[in-house]
Design a protein around this ligand. Sequence first.
Ligand SMILES: Cc1cc2nc3c(=O)[nH]c(=O)nc-3n(C[C@H](O)[C@H](O)[C@H](O)COP(=O)(O)OP(=O)(O)OC[C@H]3O[C@@H](n4cnc5c(N)ncnc54)[C@H](O)[C@@H]3O)c2cc1C
Length: 478
Amino acid sequence: MLILGFGAQAGCTVNMSKVDINLGDYYEEPAKKLPVRKFDVIVAGAGTGGVVAAIAAARQGARTALIEVKGYPGGTVTEGGTSLHSFYNLWKAFPGAKKRQVVRGIPQQIIDRLLKVGGTSGHAEMSKGYNYDSVCTAVDTEMYKLVTFEMLTEAGVFVCVNTLLAAAIMDGSRVRGVIVESRSGREAFYAKSFVDCTAYGDLAAYAGADYTEPNDYPVVNSIGVANVSWEKLYDFLKKHDAITQQAEGIRSGKEGQIVRIQGTTAKLPGDFGAEARKIGMSMVTTTVHDNYFMFIKLNFKMPVSPTNRDEVAKAELELRRRQFRAIELFREYVPGCEKAFMARTSPKLCIRRGRLITCDYDISHEDVIEGRHFDDDVMAYGFHDNAPRYQVKDGGTYGLPYKALRVAGIENLLAAGMLITSDHRAHMSTRNTVCCMGQGQATGTAAALCAAKNCGTRELRYGELRNALVKGGVYFES
Ligand SMILES: Cc1cc2nc3c(=O)[nH]c(=O)nc-3n(C[C@H](O)[C@H](O)[C@H](O)COP(=O)(O)OP(=O)(O)OC[C@H]3O[C@@H](n4cnc5c(N)ncnc54)[C@H](O)[C@@H]3O)c2cc1C
């Protein structure tokens, strides 16, 4: 340090040979006493599933801490995709199927709060392409962050944003606590029950759970595009007969407006389609504002799993180049977008899958498409992101069993979100936002009940969990 300081002051080149960095390949970190905080439940990750898990746990009366590395809750809902798939079964694709809202409870309460502040399209019915989804629920990403932050605070959750969960403290196969790091220092948080909602499965991996890294999806950094005309985009796609999906809901405060458009680039003029494909851009977006495309996605397939920091750095740069090119394409080809600009990017690339955590049960593709239910269902769900190729039979639902959310080999750790389900086709259903939210309510509730009873996740009686979920507004098919 002295040599560096002196060199800089004197304005001369530092002689690196005098700086000893040849101290071996490992550095042994000195042991350190950390301050301890105690909770009943700790939820790792304040994203799609984590927000709901923490609210659910706190509403059961558990002292709940929520740990989030970013400065806001919301996760991939606010950064990745287009609409929240799906609160409903696929009734429109199956004449005669009974229309029903299959995910309710806390996820629906978030939508209710957003409705009051003009932050959602509502459950807008699809009028075209409804063999994919029956509704489109679009949200204003910034309002989502605020509304969920407020709901967490009202529920009494101790919300730690800008805080990294860095390690697990183990006592055999039981998680005793976690180590968190923020600018307030390094701390140990103890609790009785834990829920991993980090998407990457950080807590489960640190706790020694089994996992794999399938690397079976592209990574993404989506953008919000502002100063555009939604109506003109619609006219442009319509003129080229390129619209494959549309939905009507609330936009800029008015009902009955188009809030979701999907187009096929193959039918678009000039180089637009070919160039869009080169940068992994899909022509699907939603909005709740007249002059805004809420999500334009830029995809990139990494050669290795997105847990690799150095490859992620390359992908981050490549995605930002693709975002810039996307804006150029909109300006050049799409009427009403001549002065478009990027109004939002994700602070980091979004993943569709990181680590796949082994749980007591692995939901299969057949479970999903055959619409199977289990004797320990914690929710019902009916959307498949590969529809119409794969749909849940007869526009019905399948059940998510509690055992699919218990991390194998660990006594007191549950998992919710994109980190479960090994079969890629089944994962194309369970990874979707509303499914992750439902899993969040189930795991948060279960974790709180386990903490109250001082029991592990496998000792919790299903009947008790189910009663608590029903009281929390969760819908069951039977
Ligand atoms: C580009 C894209 C488009 C998509 N489109 C749609 C769509 O249109 N509709 C749909 O329903 N689904 C869509 N999905 C899928 C869906 O959005 C995700 O699968 C789902 O939101 C994942 O939720 P999650 O709770 O597992 O993770 P996330 O919502 O990502 O939450 C994880 C949270 O944990 C935090 N975290 C991670 N590690 C740590 C740590 N060590 N310490 C502290 N905090 C940590 C993260 O910052 C994040 O906030 C899309 C996904 C992507 C990537």
